[in-house]
Design a protein around this ligand. Structure first.
Ligand code: UTP
Length: 508
């Protein structure tokens, strides 16, 4: 990359000439701030802007951390990756599903501890939903995407109804914190208002906005502009959650409320067991500061970050940063040696978060090359076909090495993980709806119902079960015990033992 930061078509003398009649002291101040970094081109249209637009642009410029941006532009790319000496890497200890009576009993005890934590109001839930969802390409925040196999209920509705069901089960209004970005905050809040918070009370739900990082032209390092008075700012990654918890006053609020554990999840996985009592109990009884749920890998090059141990700490390594020989390495039983794929469901100890967020500036930035719309030097809007911009994100899992005690829990992928990432192919609406149908079908089968499947074992009817009816197979068992067979699509919106369907012995 050209790091001398002189823009083509944005010569500082052009900018100065265009604004020659500007006497505004604010303009002078901004110029002086930008000039040492070669970024004065963002003032190109100052003379055309009205007062509100000038104020907006000035605020964005003042908020920039230009020293950090300069460093990120000049740093070699390796400095923005997790670089480990792979000779010293080993596999983490993973808590696997119970296979002995003793383990099963331990799980039952952990479950009770988790339930107690929920019941006593010491758990809050935090959803990060500030991403741009560029791969999915949905018009609106990703959480508004209609995903229910029959009702098209949105991702937000599914999460909200799980929280409502848990709140009812444990007789406590669980607090739900939702991180948005400046781009999707208003639309997200509006969606919740339109849907009456999906039955939750408005004061149970709190939105907070994450920070941003500027996008720059990938060839020149110049700040990109979205309009003549707005920089092209991108959300600063899910790691922005750690900064925003502090800057938005969430940590203080949680402390005042007596919350000890924060259950973190991401918007795109509708299978997530929000507030899972077992996971909470395992976290609490193990004395961990951070817990993570992981899955086994499907194949050597599955794009899934892996948890590893390195020099006595835990690290999450992006799949792109794992050397091929490690991707393929297997143990004597034929299992992948690295087999703890992160599904981004975590529990954080609040005391740990208090400490970690004090040092959040030390978290690395990761560089990404993306398509970012911008205005060119003629002020024309451009929506590029190809990646044109560099942007930087922080990742929430980069705090892992800061924790003294980490718990890694393996779960069954089909039960808890199928994220919505792409418009088609892997992790798309099609695969996510299919995964939901399969999950609901297994719950019904565990309750004794026969569900139609094709010769390859796939469910052949659409099934959707509201979280208000059941959060898991156990919830459903009592409700469908009189039923034997499913013939057609099934939508359960109301608890069955309160609806007329219980009088029949089959559902169609
Ligand atoms: P992804 O890494 O899948 O990114 O986010 P994304 O922005 O949603 O989608 P693409 O990459 O543009 O297609 C995983 C989770 O982290 C949240 C997302 O909302 C999602 O829940 N996230 C991501 C944030 O909250 N903020 C961010 O800056 C980035």
């Amino acid at each position: 990359m050209n790091n001398n930061l002189q823009p083509s078509g944005h010569d500082p003398t052009d900018v100065a000439a265009a604004n020659a009649n500007t006497t505004d002291p604010l303009y002078q101040r901004l110029w002086q701030r930008l000039a040492p970094f070669g970024q004065t081109h963002v003032l190109r249209w100052w003379h055309e802007l009205n007062t509100d637009q000038r104020v907006e642009l000035a605020a964005q410029i003042e908020a920039l951390d230009l020293d950090t941006l300069q460093r990120l532009l000049q740093e070699p790319i390796e400095a923005q990756r997790t670089t480990l000496d792979w000779n010293q890497v080993c596999c983490p200890r993973v808590l696997r599903p119970a296979s002995t009576l003793e383990e099963w009993q331990r799980q039952r005890r952990a479950f009770a501890v988790g339930e107690d934590a929920l019941r006593s109001g010491r758990v809050a839930l935090c959803l990060v939903a500030g991403g741009q969802g560029s791969r999915l390409g949905h018009d609106g925040p990703k959480g508004t995407f209609p995903i229910g196999p029959i009702t098209q209920r949105s991702l937000f509705q599914l999460h909200a109804q799980k929280i409502l069901a848990l709140s009812r089960r444990y007789q406590v209004p669980l607090r739900w914190y939702i991180m948005t970005s400046p781009d999707n905050d208003a639309a997200t809040r509006e969606f919740f208002i339109q849907h009456n918070y999906f039955g939750l009370s408005a004061d149970q739900v709190k939105f907070f906005v994450q920070g941003t990082m500027p996008a720059v032209d990938k060839d020149t390092g110049k700040l990109l502009m979205r309009t003549k008075w707005q920089l092209a700012l991108c959300p600063d990654g899910h790691g922005g959650f750690l900064t925003a918890l502090r800057t938005e006053g969430i940590l203080d609020e949680l402390q005042q409320l007596g919350v000890q554990w924060l259950f973190y999840f991401q918007v795109d996985n509708p299978l997530v067991k929000v507030g899972d009592p077992l996971f909470l109990g395992q976290h609490i009884t193990s004395g961990a500061e951070i817990s993570l749920k992981v899955v086994r890998r499907r194949h050597a090059y599955e794009p899934l970050g892996q948890v590893v141990c390195y020099q006595g700490s835990h690290y999450l390594v992006e799949y792109t940063e794992i050397p091929p020989e490690w991707q393929e390495r297997r143990d004597s039983s034929g299992n992948f040696l690295l087999n703890a794929g992160n599904i981004a469901v975590h529990i954080f100890d609040l005391a740990f978060l208090q400490r970690a967020t004090e040092h959040v500036r030390a978290l690395p930035y990761h560089r990404a090359i993306k398509k970012v719309p911008f205005i060119d030097s003629d002020g024309e809007y451009r929506d590029p076909y190809e990646a044109n911009a560099l942007k930087w994100e922080r990742f929430v899992f980069d705090v892992l090495p800061w924790a003294q005690r980490v718990l890694v829990v393996e779960i069954e992928r089909a039960e808890e993980f199928e994220p919505l990432k792409n418009a088609s192919g892997e992790h798309s609406p099609e695969t996510v709806r299919a995964a939901l149908c399969e999950l609901y079908a297994r719950w019904l089968e565990q309750a004794g119902l026969r569900v139609p499947r094709d010769s390859s074992g796939r469910v052949t009817v659409a099934i959707e079960i509201s979280p208000l009816v059941a959060l898991d197979a156990a919830d459903l068992r009592d409700q469908v015990e009189h039923l034997h067979e499913l013939h057609g699509p099934l939508l359960l919106e109301e608890p069955l033992n309160e609806s007329p369907a219980t009088s029949s012995d089959s559902l169609s």
